[in-house]
Design a protein around this ligand. Structure first.
Ligand SMILES: [Zn+2]
Ligand SMILES: [Zn+2]
Length: 373
């Protein structure tokens, strides 16, 4: 099936060179892979169309015979024949007319942001040739724990389905007992030099070899479990140590427990901890706070009250004559803190006054009144 280059650039069959250039710039700008709405496929197609239609002899051949008049590759690997010569226009490519490009700006009055296109083409590590370290994705999940577990810390196990290092070959991708051999694709270098034809001319770039992923060697025989990738998806149990005193909404980060990636660093796992509220206790820093309803007589006379704390049952001494909203402090029954000492339990006293008095109570209160209470 023949490709329609005119259609790709959105120009008519008798479009002028200027119209073709303009159309290509527009498309290149829009679909450049480094752009947000980038579309590598469309960008490549446009580039291919432009390489042909911008060249008079290629264009006339194309008009006669269609796209198959030559098998024009978009990329040429640096395997011997092509010598890298600085940035642009290495030997062997006659392709792009750089002077015409800059002229186009000065004379043609085209609305085109040169800086923009430069950053398009030189951004994203194309020029530096320095390979970015491969890193697996981070994973995030959340779990709910009880109030008490948040106070004292807990170990929780969760099941995660994620890409993990192959436990058969330990990530090498090689069949157990077999050796690695030099990657032929990159000649053991781990990277590939490439010359790309762009509207700025030929640009030499270096990228990580996509066969050995930068390692420079590949397995002679591949591990059957992971098909040589060194990683595969599986369900895995992860044990999470949740520290004592964690607060609702806090994150636990587990370095290296994210997704594994072939020949790269494993990502991290982030676990958001949701703490269930407690019916009795609230947290205030390192202290726990609770309300305690006292009868009026208990407040006046003093008594002992049984209380369920997170550490078990205790009895608190209510001294006689406590006031409304007075706070009793039970030392060391609050939130553990590894840096400071453990917080306290604060008991806020609420004295329940009777809403209705019996005849007997009334008589007694009137007695109290006489006493001046
Ligand atoms: Zn394996
Ligand atoms: Zn390689």
């Amino acid at each position: 099936m023949s490709k329609d280059y005119y259609n790709t650039l959105g120009v008519s069959k008798n479009a002028s060179k200027e119209e073709i250039k303009k159309a290509f710039y527009k498309i290149a700008h829009k679909y450049h892979p480094d752009k947000k709405e980038g579309n590598e496929q469309k960008f490549k197609e446009a580039n291919e169309a432009y390489q042909t239609l911008s060249d008079d002899s290629k264009r006339s051949k194309y008009d006669q015979f269609g796209a198959e008049f030559e098998n024009m590759g978009q990329q040429q690997h640096n395997h011997g024949s092509y010598q890298q010569q600085g940035g642009f226009g290495g030997g062997g490519f006659e392709g792009f007319d750089f002077s015409g490009f800059s002229q186009g700006f000065q004379n043609g009055g085209m609305e085109f942001d040169l800086n923009d296109i430069f950053s398009d083409f030189f951004g994203g590590g194309m020029s530096g040739g320095r390979a970015q370290a491969r890193r697996g994705r981070d994973i995030s999940t959340e779990i709910q724990i009880s109030f008490s577990d948040a106070i004292f810390g807990v170990n929780r196990k969760i099941l995660l389905t994620k890409t993990s290092e192959c436990n058969t070959c330990n990530g090498s991708g090689a069949k157990v007992g077999t050796k690695m051999e030099k990657c032929k694709h990159c000649n053991g270098q781990g990277k590939i030099h490439e010359a790309k034809r762009t509207i700025l001319g030929t640009i030499s770039t270096t990228k990580v070899c996509d066969i050995c992923l930068g390692v420079g060697e590949i397995p002679k025989e591949i591990c059957e479990k992971c098909r040589g990738k060194g990683v595969f998806r599986l369900e895995q149990e992860v044990s999470i140590q949740i520290p004592a005193g964690i607060r609702d909404g806090e994150m636990v980060r587990m370095t290296g427990y994210g997704e594994a990636i072939s020949k790269g660093t494993t990502g991290d796992l982030y676990i958001k901890i949701n703490v269930a509220p407690h019916p009795l206790f609230k947290r205030d820093g390192n202290n726990l706070v609770m309300d305690l309803n006292l009868k009026l007589s208990d407040a006046l006379l003093g008594t002992k009250y049984p209380i369920k704390t997170l550490d078990g049952d205790i009895e608190v001494n209510i001294p006689e004559g406590v006031g409304i909203n007075e706070i009793l402090r039970v030392k060391g029954k609050g939130v553990p803190n590894p840096k400071t000492k453990r917080g306290d339990l604060l008991i806020k006293l609420n004295i329940k006054l009777p809403n209705k008095l019996s005849r007997k109570s009334r008589e007694l209160v009137e007695e109290l009144k006489k006493e001046g209470v």
